[in-house]
Design a protein around this ligand. Structure first.
Ligand code: 5GP
Length: 346
């Protein structure tokens, strides 16, 4: 047994210190990013926020709505092949949508068939497992990269620099970072495993950038300020589940609670998800997600505007003309936990 004594931080442990700025208005801030992916060589230009591949967030409807704001979507993996092929087949070139998959033979074969049926229109893939430290995950990544050299691969999840480096070297263009911070995730409670998300972002970004790779901060954002902290910490992309949940585009099940309309939102490892997609929780495993009922929030457009407005404003506070500059201009100040509680941040 070993104890690491270094302090590790979550979003609520810090604030961004304001800096002198020559910006006069938020409208002057460019919050899009341009990248050329390390392995696929493909160009990306958009607002680097991605809807999570959860079955009540990463829907076709969400992808269409977010594309109007130049945001990306990782589709959930439970659509059938015909629906996926039709969707990707009619996707415009400048829209970023990730096809999501696990690491079984079945996942691999399904992807191959959908890609063929969609006329090879799929350019981005999200390979998603709860624990990105397994050999089978790394082996799968090698196989996928060898078979599809020109596809942009986002892979995860991991939380440490050395594993981010390994995934980049194994073929990932983007490493997905986050174990346990999700709004409907119970991994930390059920297993005791996890890593404070802001430190995970800072350490993985540093490691990935050193090799020409990118990272996507996945989970734990509850406000636009958290996105600003994630980008400030070095995230190239930020993935959102809970912040985009409860909208019309989620296509979630509506239920009544005390006479009010609510939408079901649940973790992809929750009992609710396993009942729906896997015929129940297998006897050897426990659920690592929970279900919540959310207020119905209407169309996602207003939420997107609020998020983008917050990130723009963060840039003006530190004098970043472009989102690209935010990380360089970020100094975090640590906030004492007691103050956190006083100001209701925790
Ligand atoms: P949020 O933005 O809601 O805080 O986090 C979204 C992320 O939570 C997802 O992208 C995914 O990585 C993670 N997640 C979703 N469902 C589950 C689950 O059931 N268990 C765990 N451990 N993580 C989940």
């Amino acid at each position: 047994m070993r104890i690491e004594e270094d302090l590790k931080l979550d979003f609520q442990d810090v604030l961004i210190r304001p800096k002198r700025s020559t910006l006069t208005s938020r409208s002057e801030v460019d919050i899009s990013r341009e990248f050329v992916f390390r392995h696929s060589g493909r160009r990306y230009h958009g607002v680097p926020i991605i809807a999570a591949n959860m079955d009540t967030v990463g829907s076709f409807e969400m992808a269409r709505a977010l594309a109007r704001h130049r945001l990306a979507t990782a589709l959930h993996k439970h659509y059938d092949e015909a629906a996926l092929a039709a969707f990707f087949g009619e996707l415009a070139d400048d829209v970023t949508v990730f096809y999501s998959m696990g690491i079984t033979r079945e996942d691999y074969d399904k992807f191959h068939r959908v890609k063929e049926a969609a006329g090879n229109a799929i350019s981005c893939v999200c390979v998603d497992v709860a624990n990105g430290y397994t050999k089978s995950f790394v082996d799968f990544l090698h196989t996928l990269r060898a078979a599809y050299p020109a596809i942009t691969i986002m892979a995860g999840n991991v939380v440490t620099g050395e594993m981010a480096e390994e995934l980049i070297l194994d073929g990932a263009d983007i490493v997905k970072v986050g174990i346990g911070p999700g709004s409907v995730c119970t991994t930390r409670k059920m297993t005791g495993v996890g890593y404070p998300q802001l430190s995970a972002i800072i350490e993985c970004a540093d490691a990935a950038h050193g090799l020409g790779g990118l990272i996507c901060a996945d989970g734990g954002c509850t406000s636009a300020g958290d996105l600003a902290k994630a980008f400030g910490g070095g995230a190239d992309f930020v993935m959102l589940g809970g912040m985009l949940a409860g909208h019309d585009e989620c296509m979630g099940e509506i239920v009544a609670e005390n006479g009010e309309r609510k939408m079901r939102f649940y973790g992809m490892s929750s009992r609710a998800a396993m009942d729906r997609h896997a015929g129940g929780v297998a006897p050897y495993r426990a659920s690592e997600g929970k279900e919540v009922l959310l207020d119905c929030r209407g169309p996602v457009d207003a939420t997107v505007q609020e998020i983008l407005g917050g990130v723009r404003s963060a840039c003006t506070y530190v004098g970043a003309h472009k989102l690209r500059e935010l990380s360089k201009r970020t100094t975090f100040v640590r906030v004492a936990r007691q103050l956190n509680n006083v100001f209701g941040q925790s």
